[in-house]
Design a protein around this ligand. Structure first.
Ligand code: UD1
Length: 419
């Protein structure tokens, strides 16, 4: 099994081009089921994207990748469509459940494997099913599968989500797009990735409006364009990860191909922590930090601080003077990086949903492993700032979501290699 080897304490300088967003690409790829021919630019070529393409091919779409420039072309020829998402393709990537909405909307039925739990929590799909039922689908759970049917097609409805879910909002939009009549979704997730999906569907010919947490979908989309091109939004989580890397060990790092307006919260928090940061329209420059200050942060749905950056920010908190706190409000079991960070020398205590980090602590390299994507990258960050050598096991988690991680860090003079 491959491992990452990092020799830490090396000052980084240079520039990094931020990739397209994995979490925006996945629902847009699911949306291609509703299209004829789609060209997607700026798709990050990471494991989760390959799994989604495999799922689309299984369903009967044709998907080709131009590896050199991250362009994916998907053609849905509507013949020989299987309305099935099997267990082996959904178990490694929960976003597979996003094909439920488009399949039921277009083909009136779908059988999708239940994704099951994962390392960061139970991760149910009840809110996805709640929305589909309101749109008229009959749903049963049978042998570990969601079996959904809408014999007469889906019908627009007014739906208020009892709590905010990114995936359920996306699945509901995808289903309502092809339903008869108007749908109004309330208490929606308004993550930039949800907005990118809406931009894609409107470009295709849809009429979707978004106001605060309310999304209106005209439905029965007719006269859709036969052929569209869409450029995926940048990955704000990858950007946040490198912003934190730069705050930890950067001399001067420039992060390109981004829009700082989308990461206002992250910029505000890093500035409060004393990180020297300048942004312009499409890039952020981070200079060597003098002193990192303590802070208290809570994870929240967008525009709040993202749960997907909680583990990475915790590494910066280890280097902050005093007691910092980070409360995880989104997932119940997302502190699995903590024991590994403690083995490297961090002083962290967990009380219910809150981690209390007393710093600054000196980190020393160790052999570590993590059980999810963002926890793994937090160990990379810890390795970059630690004394001596850190060995990271189970790097397949990183491959699920970080495009060219070693290359991007190496270009900035990090001593990192795969063994
Ligand atoms: C998406 C992101 C993931 C991110 C998460 C929260 C993708 C592919 N993944 O995941 O990286 O960490 O948003 O920003 O975009 N919930 C329910 N019932 C449901 C669905 C969700 O109770 O039917 C709960 C979850 O357990 C969790 C919370 O709602 O506690 C938010 O989850 P959700 O926003 O749905 O996350 P995902 O869409 O799975």
């Amino acid at each position: 099994m491959q491992k990452l080897l990092i020799n830490g304490k090396r000052e980084l300088s240079g520039s990094i081009k931020i990739s397209g967003s994995k979490n925006a690409s996945l629902p847009i790829l699911a949306a291609t089921i509703l299209c004829d021919k789609v060209k997607l630019k700026n798709v990050p070529l990471v494991k989760d994207i390959f799994t989604m393409l495999e799922l689309l091919r299984f369903i009967g779409l044709s998907a080709t990748i131009q590896k050199k420039n991250g362009i994916i072309q998907v053609i849905c020829n509507k013949k020989n469509i299987k309305t099935l998402a099997p267990y082996n393709l959904v178990k490694t990537m929960r976003a597979g459940v996003l094909v439920l909405g488009p399949l039921v909307a277009k083909y009136k039925k779908a059988k999708i494997s239940l994704p099951g739990g994962c390392a960061i929590g139970t991760r149910p799909v009840n809110l996805h099913l709640f929305a589909l039922k309101k749109l008229g689908a009959k749903i049963k759970i049978k042998n570990g599968y969601i079996v959904a049917e809408a014999k007469n097609g889906l019908r627009g409805a007014e739906i208020k989500f009892p709590s905010i879910s990114v995936g359920a909002t996306e699945n509901a939009i995808l289903a309502a797009f092809n339903a008869k009549g108007k749908t109004v979704l309330k208490n929606c997730a308004i993550e930039p990735e949800v907005k990118d999906l809406i931009k894609f569907l409107n470009n295709l010919g849809g009429k979707i409006l978004i106001k605060d947490r309310k999304i209106s979908i005209a439905g029965s989309s007719k006269n859709l364009k036969k052929n569209i091109t869409h450029e995926i939004i940048f990955d704000r989580i990858e950007l946040g990860t490198y912003m934190i890397a730069a705050a930890l060990v950067g001399k001067r790092i420039i992060l390109n191909k981004i829009d700082p307006k989308i990461v206002k919260k992250e910029i505000e928090i890093l500035k409060k922590m004393g990180v020297k940061l300048k942004s312009n329209k499409t890039s952020i420059e981070i200079l060597k930090s003098v002193e990192i200050k303590k802070i208290n942060v809570e994870t929240k749905p967008y525009p709040g601080f993202p749960t997907d950056l909680q583990a990475q920010l915790m590494v910066l908190m280890i280097k902050a003077k005093g007691k910092s706190k980070i409360k995880e409000n989104i997932f119940e079991n997302r502190f699995m990086h903590v024991p590994e960070l403690k083995r490297m020398g961090a002083n962290i205590e967990i009380k219910n949903k809150t981690a209390i980090i007393s710093g600054p602590s000196k980190l020393t390299g160790a052999e570590v492993m993590a059980t999810d994507l963002r926890a793994s990258v937090s160990l990379v960050l810890a390795g970059l700032v630690a004394d001596n050598r850190t060995i990271i096991n189970r790097i397949y988690h990183l491959e699920r979501g970080y495009e060219l991680l070693e290359k991007k860090l190496k270009n900035c003079k990090a001593r990192i290699k795969r063994i």
